[in-house]
Design a protein around this ligand. Structure first.
Ligand SMILES: *[C@@H]1O[C@H](CO)[C@@H](O)[C@H](O)[C@H]1NC(C)=O
Ligand SMILES: *[C@@H]1O[C@H](CO)[C@@H](O)[C@H](O)[C@H]1NC(C)=O
Ligand SMILES: *[C@@H]1O[C@H](CO)[C@@H](O)[C@H](O)[C@H]1NC(C)=O
Ligand SMILES: *[C@@H]1O[C@H](CO)[C@@H](O)[C@H](O)[C@H]1NC(C)=O
Ligand SMILES: *[C@@H]1O[C@H](CO)[C@@H](O)[C@H](O)[C@H]1NC(C)=O
Length: 325
């Protein structure tokens, strides 16, 4: 664990600089709708999905070549066994201990969500967590080696926690998963995937007008897409003046792991000329991307005009020379 602390600055440099905490978590959803359970599970390094659970084989699917991190085959097999047994044990536990006395809310059909993982907190190191929800309500969590019922979970959550807590071996295994395996794996994964995680992909940007916000008004839309990492600055400008009315949309993921964002500005139609959309991103090396409203057409027009004039001149010259010769 001394080793872990040595590696924290690396992790911090990799992620915390971008405002996103270093974390790894598994999201598990189990549903029991018609006499058979369906378990889905995915693994996430921050906002990037790196693993998926193959429930027919009971193994993890590695979504990137580096998704194994630095864990050995043996360590993976042990983890897969643990999760496999966990799913089965979980079904048993649910059907025998919780569903059998459904006096508070119907526990069938069941939808259960679980998040298990660890997150790096500055000053505290990695903090592990398990959170479970049933039918969309918080049910229980695991903190500091104990199972804690959520207030909304009622008596069932209390009962579940008492039962889980009785099994010291299981509780210790979960604690070990959160306090040892998870941080070690997360740091190993960050290291294995650093070429991918530290890559820089330049944004593309384009402008168009959106649905008119009202008579005499234009909605200017600046689209920025295909950039990585996520932090980006997009603003409508008049010269060097930031337009405070700029509305930023939500970040949307592209299928290739890059990001998409749009920034809109509602302006009176006659004020649109002279506005520009400015994009700052780490991949641009300080060379901001600037797109001028209305400019693409006119500059393209000017270039075309220049080319036509040049061609006409050349043709004219050609004829003149031919005549002379
Ligand atoms: C069980 O339910 C799922 C959807 O919840 C459905 O796709 C599936 O066909 C059902 N299976 C059976 C055996 O009814
Ligand atoms: C899941 O496991 C099954 C059985 O081993 C295998 O046939 C299938 O290809 C696997 N699916 C994926 C997506 O790897
Ligand atoms: C966890 O428990 C230990 C002792 O059991 C206690 O010293 C520590 O403060 C607890 N931490 C939190 C975050 O509750
Ligand atoms: C869980 O078990 C431990 C050890 O057996 C005990 O000290 C603790 O009070 C229990 N906690 C709950 C909430 O039952
Ligand atoms: C993997 O990397 C982490 C952090 O770099 C390290 O602590 C650990 O010992 C390495 N090996 C294994 C098998 O976890």
């Amino acid at each position: 664990s001394a080793m872990l602390w040595l590696l924290l600055p690396l992790a911090a440099a990799l992620f915390l600089g971008f405002g996103e905490p270093v974390s790894y978590h598994l999201i598990q959803t189990s549903s029991f709708h018609n006499h058979s359970w369906v378990h889905l599970c995915s693994g996430w390094l921050g906002e990037l999905q790196t693993h998926r659970w193959n429930s027919s084989s009971g193994t993890f699917i590695f979504l990137y070549p580096w998704s194994r991190g630095n864990f050995s085959d043996k360590e993976w097999i042990d983890l897969e066994k643990f999760f496999w047994i966990n799913f089965i044990g979980f079904q048993e536990f649910y059907t025998h201990h919780l569903m059998s006395e459904g006096e508070f809310y119907p526990l069938y059909p069941a939808d259960i969500q679980m998040a298990t993982g660890c997150e790096l907190h500055s000053g505290k190191g990695f903090v592990g967590f398990v959170q479970a929800a049933i039918q969309g309500y918080d049910f229980l969590s695991f903190q500091n080696e104990t199972w804690l019922p959520s207030p909304k979970g009622g008596r069932k959550a209390q009962k579940a926690c008492t039962l889980l807590n009785l099994s010291q071996d299981y509780t210790h295994r979960v604690q070990w998963l959160l306090s040892d395996n998870c941080p070690r794996f997360t740091l190993g994964l960050l290291d294995a995937g650093k070429a991918h995680l530290q890559r820089q992909v330049k944004p593309e940007a384009w402008l168009s007008s959106g649905p008119s916000p009202g008579p005499g008004h234009l909605l200017l839309v600046c689209y920025v897409s295909g950039f990585y990492p996520k932090p980006v600055w997009v603003m409508w400008m008049r010269g060097e003046q930031e337009q405070q009315g700029t509305q930023r949309g939500d970040f949307l993921p592209n299928a290739d792991g890059t990001w998409y964002l749009q920034a809109t500005l509602d302006v009176a139609a006659e004020e649109a000329a002279g506005l520009s959309c400015r994009v700052k991103h780490s991949s641009l090396g300080g060379q901001d991307l600037i797109l001028y409203w209305g400019a693409p057409h006119s500059s393209l027009g000017l270039i075309l005009l220049a080319v036509i004039v040049a061609l006409a001149l050349l043709t004219g010259l050609g004829f003149w020379f031919m005549k002379r010769w």
